[in-house]
Design a protein around this ligand. Structure first.
Ligand code: FES
Length: 84
């Protein structure tokens, strides 16, 4: 089972495939990541991925910088550590 670690929050929780995305998953566990559009357009929810790999449900309009990913439209492929 894939484990997702939120480093700043000090929480590691098993990924729930029924979560809509990493942003939704974080909120379910009481971890607040600032967001706005929730559809991969504004970049507000961008969070650094410190370890592991994730994927986008759909290719973003404006990709972020290296290691920076939009949590509202991504899901983990491997164990993941986010800077959140
Ligand atoms: S909240 Fe706008 S890109 Fe995620």
């Amino acid at each position: 089972m894939i484990q997702v670690t939120f480093k700043k929050s000090g929480k590691t929780v098993p990924w729930d495939p029924e979560a809509r995305n990493l942003l939704d998953f974080a909120e379910r566990h009481g971890i607040i990541i600032e967001s706005s559009c929730t559809v991969g357009e504004c970049g507000t929810c961008s969070t650094f991925t410190l370890e592991g790999q994730l994927a986008y449900f759909a290719k973003p309009e404006s990709p972020r910088g290296p290691g920076l990913h939009m949590t509202c439209c991504t899901f983990p492929l491997t164990d993941l550590t986010l800077d959140a």
